[in-house]
Ligand binder design. Structure first.
Ligand SMILES: [Zn+2]
Length: 168
């Protein structure tokens, strides 16, 4: 079963509280970021990009040590040396939520699903997709889809899989 698990908003919105909801397991995730102001930003090899305010969905996977917990913990921190495209954008945004599916590698499928969503837009070609054929792994929405609608559309019903929404 692919279960949507809505976690309550923690009273203490500290990084530790958020990370306690995450497992050190491999998996795929969507990091939801809110950008409040239009901005121009230098993003590594992509050069300077123009970004409009909105809800940004970044799709990635974490199959290294510490799994999704370690990777999202890194994304939650603002202060760090930029390594991936998303690191440049992250520093200008608030983290809104994270969607996680453990033990399943589906980042390209999810990037495709989100970029084809009604009202979705790919703001920067090749953002986060230097190593694959996807148009981008970053999608922006004026109004983001609900996790329920996303799970329905995804249609995955594999064993040992939980999609968790961690609302920051
Ligand atoms: Zn891809």
């Amino acid at each position: 079963m692919c279960v949507g698990q809505i976690l309550p908003r923690p009273a203490d919105v500290g990084r530790c509280a958020i990370q306690q909801g995450l497992q050190p397991e491999p998996g795929t995730y969507v990091l939801w970021l809110r950008l409040d102001k239009a901005t121009r930003l230098a993003v590594g090899g992509l050069g300077v990009v123009a970004l409009q305010p909105g809800h940004y969905a970044y799709v990635g996977s974490a199959f290294g040590p510490g799994g999704v917990r370690a990777r999202l913990g890194r994304h939650f921190r603002c202060e760090k040396k930029a390594r991936w495209h998303i690191d440049y954008l992250r520093s200008l945004c608030r983290v809104e939520a994270a969607w996680v599916c453990y033990r399943r590698r589906c980042e390209h499928q999810w990037a495709d699903l989100l970029s084809g969503w009604t009202g979705a837009r790919v703001p920067v070609a090749h953002f986060g997709s230097s190593d694959c054929r996807c148009p981008a792994h970053l999608v922006v929405f004026a109004k983001p889809p609900s996790i329920r609608a996303f799970i329905d559309r995804d249609g995955y019903r594999g064993a040992h899989s939980i999609v968790a929404e961690i609302i920051v």
